[in-house]
Write a protein that binds this ligand. Structure first.
Ligand code: GLU
Ligand code: MG
Length: 450
């Protein structure tokens, strides 16, 4: 079987590529890369070597053999702002075997479980802020004029960031991603730039490149971009809405036919059961899709300055209703709003697909759509209806994840046990590190209280 080398070489020649970034991500979704000249094609194709312990949580100690980043030629991406440079996303191997701690490998193994001929298509909406670091510490908005009380869709705010936004848009289109909208989001300094859905692996690779691109371009313009879920306590956070559908031979299997619309929202029985699986696993799933301490400051009912968080507080679904964890804006797909800007897309899509397929396997019924404004529905009513709340912290979420056997199987086995146990331990350690810091809030509140 061809390893795609000839095709990669041909594309590199056509684009005058002098250097490649051989790129992979760790558990956190941090892009790691080595710069390999195109004259060293044998080294690139054989796989660039990395010390795994140094890269991030990759299941390695300092004593372990190299991670070998083996390029996937299909992921070739010419870097639009840097002549002569291309990125190739890599699968990680160790001692000649694919490494089960590599998020890109984990996603592909989950995709292989799909029935032959089915494609999992995903579209993501990556929200981010443009900020600057303050000299004395802390951050401020990159645009000091972005102070409106209701800044969403603000044309003037969009105009002041015109150069940045249009550059990103142009580059997305040069890459063939089909950018279809760019807007000022609900928080001051917050933007969203959309590209068309594709199969899960392609979208995950694109999201990694998109974040890297936005960071790089913002930095070049003297700003910093942040995808962190809640950079400002008083403003709406950064979501990563994920639109899902299963396709077979060009047919969208989530599209309700004339007689197959159980919820009346245009979602087929297959799509409805899949969605029910996502709801059923929601509290464990968010440990993967909202993966950091800060994630849980974005979710909930407490309104920021603009009046709404637009982030889920409960594991529910509805029609075109943004107070639900799942919104079905029109037929044929659903929008999962329980993911944020910190999500590792490979792991998030693995978990989302596994949860959905479990719903299909068990033919789960999500019940009727929720039509309420869940930000204002009284707590007693929420309880009476048996509506499930999202976990209040990362620690609560990983406790749910640790006991979820479907997600356990989906995240796979490593030479040292299930990946999920490694993930859970990494996240518990992260929470403990956060919790060990005495915050300004505590000092203000408690210093002289007693
Ligand atoms: N920023 C919101 C969130 O944290 C989403 C806003 C929107 O609906 O686009 O999920
Ligand atoms: Mg948005």
């Amino acid at each position: 079987m061809s390893d795609g080398r000839e095709e990669l070489e041909a594309r590199a020649k056509e684009d005058d590529i002098e250097f490649f970034f051989a790129m992979f991500v760790d558990m956190h979704g941090k892009p790691c890369a080595k710069l390999v000249p195109s004259s060293a094609m044998d080294v690139l194709m054989g796989g660039a070597g990395f010390a795994g312990f140094a890269a991030g949580p990759m299941g390695q100690s300092p004593a372990d053999p190299d991670l070998i980043a083996v390029p996937d030629p299909r992921s070739y991406t010419k870097v639009p702002w840097q002549d002569g440079l291309a990125v190739v996303h890599c699968d990680v191997a160790v001692d000649g075997e694919l490494w089960p701690y590599s998020p890109r490998v984990i996603l592909q193994r989950q995709l292989e479980r799909l029935e032959a001929g089915l494609t999992f298509n995903v579209g993501v909406e990556a929200e981010y802020f443009l900020v600057r670091r303050r000299d004395g510490g802390g951050i401020e908005l990159a645009d000091p004029l972005d102070t409106a009380a209701a800044p969403c869709y603000d044309a003037k705010g969009l105009s002041r960031m015109y150069d940045h936004l249009t550059t990103v848009s142009r580059y997305m289109n040069q890459l063939g991603w089909t950018n279809y909208a760019n807007d000022h989001e609900d928080a001051n300094g917050q933007f969203e730039q959309n590209f068309k859905y594709a199969d899960a692996l392609t979208t995950a690779d694109r999201l990694i490149f998109f974040r890297y691109m936005v960071h790089t371009l913002a930095h070049r313009a003297g700003m910093a971009a942040t995808f962190m879920p809640k950079p400002f306590a008083n403003l709406t956070g950064n979501g990563l809405h994920m639109h899902s559908s299963l396709w077979s031979d060009g047919d969208n299997m989530f599209d309700a036919g004339a007689h197959d619309d159980p919820t009346g929202l245009g979602l087929s029985s297959l799509g409805t059961q899949f969605m029910a699986g996502v709801i059923d696993h929601a509290r464990a799933l968010v440990a993967v899709t909202c993966p950091i301490v800060n994630s849980y400051k974005r979710m909930g009912v407490g309104a920021p300055n603009s009046g709404a968080t637009w982030a889920p507080a409960y594991a529910t679904y509805g029609g075109n209703n943004r107070t639900q964890m799942i919104r079905v804006p029109e037929g044929g797909r659903f929008e999962f709003r329980g993911a944020d800007g910190a999500a590792n897309p490979y792991l998030a899509m693995t978990a989302l697909l596994a949860a959905g397929l479990d719903g299909v396997e068990r033919k789960l019924d999500p019940g009727p759509p929720n039509r309420d404004n869940l930000y204002t529905l009284p707590a007693a009513e929420i309880a009476a209806r048996g509506i499930t709340s999202m976990p209040p912290t990362l620690l609560h979420a990983v406790d749910h994840l640790a006991t979820d056997n479907v997600l356990r199987a989906a995240l796979g086995r490593t030479p040292h046990g299930d990946y999920i146990d490694y993930y859970v331990q990494t996240k518990r350690d992260e929470f403990a590190a956060y919790h060990s810091v005495v915050s300004a809030w505590e000092v203000d509140r408690y210093l002289t209280l007693f």
